[in-house]
Design a binder for this molecule. Structure first.
Ligand code: 6CS
Length: 360
């Protein structure tokens, strides 16, 4: 089938645009500071405009979150705050978006641990294989109230980031130009991963040949045969058209895709009390909304993929999944080494909380 890029995909694959726009935005802000005026004012933007950048395109789970967040914030603040949404491709790659928040050029972004763990290794806990419950409702409950999140929050603060939410977006699903049903099938498999070294080592543990790339380069990498496969939730496999250039989709429930919502610590602590309360209230209340939404998006997009393509969809049995566990859990050791004592505590706490929640 001929692939026609959507306007969002065209923008996000036009790589040169990213650094140009990024540097223009940063330069504008630096110039404003040197002139002693508010960067927002110089850009013609009110001080209560919150710029919110996404790591995903329009129509994604992150976009659904941002659109609802915008409505709720604008309503709760009675027009005091305007939220401007920048879909993936408008400002930069995942890592660049985090840098924009850290430097206060924008106020909010999603920072997925699959990339962010390069800077905050503790965040890599969310990318570990066979850690989370097979029942995603259990995971959502744990992520909403585990003490592990408070410990993680400290690590974010050290990088001038305020952790505002931990959001599951669905099971990570392998796609490939070959079937993967047993660990030996991973041998030499050139799989695109997000850029965190913990993820890279996890896939090396399976015997695969991991290739870290930005999200925007995955489609062309698959199409040109530079990589054999990739891993992402179903909604993303559909909206980024990966399924059109792959022969197999393998559901192994080895990991959840979990993202984090962040602001800069300076921005957060500089908010007046009313605005901070609005932000905290809205981010708390968004949890059930986005959990339901991601389930619906993943289910609907799976049906769309089945209808629109002849990709073979394979769901591994519990026995088949068990064969992957020992290799998959090699990543845990790498995580403990890279994330140190605090990281190990976060992992132990999460694991205990998941077990306890499964027993309830
Ligand atoms: O694979 C990635 O890089 C991206 N995947 C998703 C579903 N969201 C953002 C992330 O950067």
């Amino acid at each position: 089938m001929q692939w026609t890029p959507s306007p969002e995909q065209t923008r996000e694959t036009t790589q040169p645009q990213v650094p140009v726009r990024l540097s223009a935005l940063i330069k504008g802000i630096a110039l404003a500071s040197s002139l002693g005026v508010s960067a927002f004012a110089s850009a013609g933007v009110q001080a209560d405009t919150w710029r919110f950048a996404l790591e995903e395109v329009s129509g994604s789970v992150q976009d659904a979150y941002a659109q609802e967040f915008k409505q709720r914030i604008e309503k709760a603040s009675e027009g005091d705050i305007d939220v401007e949404i920048y879909p993936y491709g408008a400002l930069g790659t995942s890592s660049q978006l985090t840098e924009l928040v850290q430097s206060d050029a924008i106020q909010l972004t999603f920072a997925s641990p699959g990339h962010l763990a390069s800077v905050i290794p503790e965040a890599g806990v969310f990318t570990l294989h066979f850690l989370f419950s097979d029942d995603n409702a259990v995971n959502e409950k744990v992520l909403g109230n585990s003490k592990a999140i408070d410990m993680l929050s400290e690590a974010y603060t050290e990088q001038n980031l305020q952790l505002l939410g931990v959001i599951p977006e669905g099971w990570m699903v392998w796609t490939g130009n070959r079937d993967i049903e047993k660990p030996a099938d991973m041998d030499g498999f050139k799989i695109r991963t997000m850029t965190s070294p913990i993820l890279v080592e996890t896939y090396r543990g399976y015997g695969a040949n991991p290739t870290p790339l930005p999200y925007s380069e995955v489609y062309s990498g698959l199409q040109l045969g530079q990589i054999d496969g990739q891993v992402n939730p179903v909604f993303a496999i559909e909206e980024m058209s990966f399924y059109e250039v792959q022969d197999y989709m393998i559901q192994a429930k080895q990991a959840q895709f979990i993202t984090t919502l962040v602001a800069s610590s300076d921005f957060y602590s500089g908010l007046d009390d009313d605005q901070r309360q609005v932000l905290d209230k809205v981010t708390n209340e968004m949890r059930p909304y986005i959990f339901e939404k991601q389930e619906q998006y993943n289910a609907d997009r799976l049906e769309k993929i089945k209808k629109d393509s002849d990709i073979k969809i394979i769901t591994l049995t519990d026995e088949q999944r068990d064969a992957f566990r020992p290799e998959g859990e090699k990543g845990w050791k790498v995580f403990r080494e890279q994330a140190g004592e605090r990281g190990s505590k976060i992992l132990d706490t999460l694991q205990a909380d998941i077990k306890a929640a499964e027993g309830e």
